[in-house]
Design a protein around this ligand. Structure first.
Ligand code: UDP
Length: 335
């Protein structure tokens, strides 16, 4: 099977490419490299291009017979989306539409879409199930929810089947030690905490300690990036066997506060990690915890890294060996 991975040089995309290659699939990675890293793509064909340029993506479909698409190419920062909603709707919805137009033209009928827990907004109850209300509190979540609706109507009209995977908080790094998380600038909690453990930052800013949670800091459900990657492959298999379109949550069903994550990181790294409390980050809901029962039941998804210390440990190996991200080469494996 020939699989196009749009945004395959990014964090979750590159880990999915690694699993697809290990399973012997033919993979074409398409990425603008605005945020992705070419070194993160461990094999297959690489094509540099931007989904906002229709010709870039059409060329790929014209030259190859694409059986299925896994679509990661998007902007994904809550804070940035509050300041630049235009960027988010353009890249995430118009870019996605260009991909769908190419799929219609070249008769590709399967797509796995990288969605988010941010589609729910402030949840009415936790753990969150897929049929909970979707009222995003930020343009990032809204842009992803809009694209889920676009997908639904493309299924109705053109028979394009989709699985939309609503990720909670992706974390950790590949067991090979070769790929991991590297954003510039970094804004995610676990990499920031580990950069602080490495002495690359003075301290970690905690965005608000006045939330209605046990210790006042935001609670999130962290899921290992390889467990996420495997879910994409299971979802694709399901569509191949004539499965219907579906939406699935992906998390571990356990919530950890910002302060708890920092405490686990102190234990894993053995380092003192200094913190300071600052104001809330705009657009952040207080608690996001997944129910992943649906994907477990329907696709037999079974996370291998349910333990938060193991997740942070795998990220720590990556950060220790790549203190400057992809600028430095890996030296040690993580078993
Ligand atoms: N966070 C924080 N300090 C930071 C980065 C993040 O307190 O330097 C908090 C953030 O407000 C959120 C949680 O950590 O409640 C996870 O944030 P992250 O950006 O990693 O993921 P998101 O929840 O936005 O997908």
């Amino acid at each position: 099977m020939e699989i196009l991975v749009a945004g395959g040089a990014g964090y979750i995309g590159s880990h999915t490419v690694a699993e697809l290659l290990e399973m012997g699939h033919k993979v074409i990675t398409f990425d603008s490299l605005q945020k992705g890293h070419k070194e993160a793509v461990l094999g297959g064909e690489f094509i540099e291009g931007n989904l906002l340029n229709q010709e870039d993506i059409e060329k790929v479909f014209k030259k190859n017979t694409i059986d299925a698409v896994i679509h990661f190419a998007a902007d994904s920062l809550v804070g940035e989306s509050m300041e630049k909603p235009d960027k988010y709707f353009r890249n995430n919805d118009i870019g996605g539409m260009n991909l769908l137009s190419a799929m219609i033209k070249y008769n590709t009928k399967k797509i796995i879409f990288s969605s988010t827990a941010a589609t729910y907004g402030e949840p009415e109850k936790v753990p969150i199930e897929e049929n909970n209300a979707t009222i995003p509190t930020n343009p990032y979540g809204e842009s992803k929810l809009i694209f889920e609706k676009i997908l639904k109507w493309h299924d109705t009209a053109y028979g394009i089947k989709y699985a939309s995977l609503r990720y909670f908080n992706a974390a950790g790094a590949h067991k090979s030690g070769k790929i991991g998380e590297d954003h510039n600038p970094e804004s995610h909690l676990i990499p920031i905490v580990l950069q602080s453990a490495l002495g690359k930052r003075d301290c970690v800013s905690i965005f608000g300690d006045d939330y209605p949670t046990e210790d006042g800091t935001c609670v999130r459900d962290y899921i290992h990036v390889t467990d996420l990657a495997m879910a994409h492959i299971l979802a694709l298999k399901k569509l191949e066997s004539n499965g219907e379109s579906a939406i699935y949550n992906l998390g571990n069903g356990k919530g950890f506060s910002v302060k708890q994550i920092i405490d686990v990181a102190r234990k894993v790294t053995g380092k003192d990690i200094k913190t300071k409390i600052v104001g809330r980050r705009a657009g952040d809901p207080a608690v996001l915890i997944a129910s992943s029962d649906k994907i477990k039941k329907q696709l037999n998804w079974n996370p291998q890294y349910a333990d938060i210390a193991k997740i942070i440990e795998s990220a720590w190996v990556w950060h220790k060996n790549h203190p400057d991200g992809y600028k430095k080469r890996p030296t040690q494996n993580y078993a």
